[in-house]
Ligand binder design. Structure first.
Ligand SMILES: Cc1ncc(COP(=O)(O)O)c(C=O)c1O
Length: 413
């Protein structure tokens, strides 16, 4: 690899050609060959996003005093998100992604507990085993401990087991809407009751479901409550760059009220340039991502998102119907939104995963239990049948066309 800093600059045409070549082996998401990483609504939405991003590409979200346009757009994005999360009286701000939003919720809970529960010196978080690793990453940086409690057989948080795990150091309970791996929404109403009773912070990781989930409900599908309508919910992370279909680098962290939001703030003064104060982990942050989010949300409106919600749910249903026809495959749990996971008691699903990869379908594996995970997005719509055909062939490769009658030993049980 030639990694020298070039002495002379090069022409854009030349660079574009080289970058196009470099991208030849990238994930073929345009043909639905992915199950995570990319959230593409359609080409029109992408174009709006691209144009809005480039209009504000030079702005800096850290300097909202000098970029009042960015401040206004961020406030309007948060207001739109909160109007869908029953967030009357709630407050929040934008971040660079789900991990930063979760980090800020954990930091806020820690600093809240330092003030309100000063006797706790070793703060602990109790989470279902399905929680996204961003939780442990945040706790690691913030000097906190995460206790992971096994989920129920339906892959949702086990509220009784979580209640039993609460101890004198517990400050925060954690739930997902939905979980990344299985696509199920935890029993957040019940967890909220426990949190209220014990005066604990409850964070809802709605990084996947927080933006499109409410529109799935508006499209007529039943969606369990997961937002501020539940009195025990303290904070919610909801990613715009996932089911909001906006440009990457955009998420939201919202709190039941402004007083709780204030615990995300970090102030520092003891340096030569006066007070540095921010609500985010990042310093400089891309005004372009905020502008793109504002533009996409206004471009799509409720109607546009309801349509995307319907398309995503129909894909999941079509996929589930096809899966039911493949001998030995079973869907894990009862997914609530557009994400689904399946596995097999009859054959080694990991080998099926490898066969799918060989066919160019970059399916995401689950390990506990072994399975394959799929996030339906509108780009998958034309390719559901191709996916199912590839899966049938991959299963046949693994079983030699004969599905064993008795279950084989499961690899990662
Ligand atoms: C449920 C959940 N939470 C948090 C995250 C982390 O989000 P990000 O990758 O934007 O930091 C993800 C990412 O897939 C997720 O699925």
């Amino acid at each position: 690899m030639d990694s020298k800093f070039p002495q002379k600059g090069r022409k854009w045409d030349d660079l574009q050609k080289q970058m196009t070549e470099m991208s030849q082996n990238d994930l073929d998401w345009q043909h639905g060959r992915h199950s995570a990483f990319v959230w593409h609504a359609n080409d029109e939405v992408k174009e709006v996003s691209r144009k809005a991003y480039s209009m504000f590409i030079s702005t800096n979200g850290l300097g909202k005093i000098v970029f009042p346009s960015i401040l206004t757009m961020e406030q309007e994005v948060i207001a739109m998100v909160l109007s869908n999360l029953n967030g009357e009286g709630a407050a929040g701000h934008m971040t660079s992604g789900g991990t930063e939003s979760i980090f800020l919720a954990v930091k806020a809970a820690r600093d809240w507990a330092r003030e309100k529960k000063p006797d706790i010196t070793q703060p602990e978080i109790i989470a279902p085993s399905s929680a996204h690793p961003a939780l442990n990453k945040s706790a690691h940086y913030l000097g906190m401990t995460v206790v992971r409690v096994p989920t129920r057989p339906d892959f949702r948080a086990d509220v009784d087991a979580i209640s039993n795990a609460i101890n004198k150091n517990t400050i925060l309970l954690y739930a997902s809407a939905p979980t990344f791996s299985m696509g199920v929404i935890d029993p957040i109403a019940d967890l909220g009751r426990v949190a209220q009773e014990k005066n604990l912070w409850l964070h809802v990781d709605a990084c996947v479901g927080g933006i499109l989930g409410p529109f799935v409900r508006k499209a007529g599908y039943p969606v369990p409550d997961f937002d501020f309508s539940l009195p025990g919910v303290t904070s919610i992370s909801a990613d715009l760059h996932k089911s909001g279909f906006t440009a990457k680098g955009a998420s939201t962290i919202t709190f039941r009220n402004q007083e709780l939001q204030a615990y995300t703030r970090y102030d520092f003064e003891d340096w030569p340039s006066g007070l540095y104060s921010s609500l985010t982990f990042t310093g400089t942050n891309p005004g372009g991502a905020i502008a793109a989010a504002w533009a996409v949300m206004n471009f799509l409106g409720e109607e546009g998102y309801i349509e995307l919600a319907k398309i995503s749910m129909q894909i999941r249903k079509r996929l589930e119907k096809g899966l039911a026809q493949i001998k030995g495959i079973k869907v894990w749990g009862k997914p609530d939104l557009w994400a689904v996971a399946y596995g097999s008691d009859a054959y080694d699903i990991l080998s099926v995963t490898y066969k799918m990869w060989e066919r160019g379908w970059m399916v995401a594996p689950n390990s506990k239990p072994p399975g394959i995970h799929f996030m339906a997005t509108p780009v998958h719509a034309p390719f559901v049948d191709e996916y199912l055909d590839a899966l049938k062939e991959s299963v046949a490769d693994v079983t030699g066309g004969n599905t064993p009658d008795s279950p084989i030993e499961v690899r990662y049980a």
